[in-house]
Design a binder for this molecule. Structure first.
Ligand code: IDP
Ligand code: MG
Length: 140
């Protein structure tokens, strides 16, 4: 059986960049065998974040999330490989860093800081549709 080569959007969030974990995160992606296709450092504005996180508008963590994502530069990566969308989400670990499994990016490097939004180091697209939409947004 073969699967199509997919692409996903990975973001190293402002906490990951500030903590100098960009290289470690990219190292894990490459060590897993996925390919880095493009990379850029961005200072995102509210407009791109509103589009990126449109599905979360109205939720209690939405405003803190958009503010947090503007708090410093993020590193956007286009990453390719068979089943990379699912595969990167497994590398990242679950959303809540307190309970994310050790061995994952969020489990190894994340914790709860008592804030209104979970700072969990990375974003990864969650479906083929999201990855197409998000890659068009961050790599216009
Ligand atoms: P994901 O990043 O694991 O896909 P999403 O549900 O898409 O998680 O949420 C986007 C981001 O919003 C999360 O990565 C996290 O930073 C934040 N977030 C999600 N749910 C909560 C919550 O219940 N409390 C605080 N922050 C949250
Ligand atoms: Mg998500």
């Amino acid at each position: 059986m073969t699967t199509a080569i997919e692409e996903t959007l990975v973001l190293v969030k402002p906490d990951g960049v500030a903590r100098n974990l960009t290289g470690e995160i990219l190292r894990r992606i490459e060590a897993k065998g996925y390919s880095l296709i493009d990379i850029r450092m961005v200072q995102p504005d509210r407009e791109i974040l509103a589009k990126h996180y449109a599905e979360h508008e109205g939720k209690p963590f939405y405003e803190p999330l958009v503010e947090f994502m503007q708090s410093g530069p993020v590193v956007a990566m286009r990453v390719a490989g068979n089943r990379v969308i699912e595969g990167f989400r497994v590398l990242a670990g679950t959303t809540d860093p307190t309970t994310a499994a050790p061995g994952t990016i969020r489990g190894d490097f994340g914790r709860d800081w008592g804030l209104k939004v979970q700072q969990n180091l990375v974003h990864g697209s969650d479906s083929v549709e999201s990855s197409a939409r998000e890659l068009a947004l961050w790599f216009a």
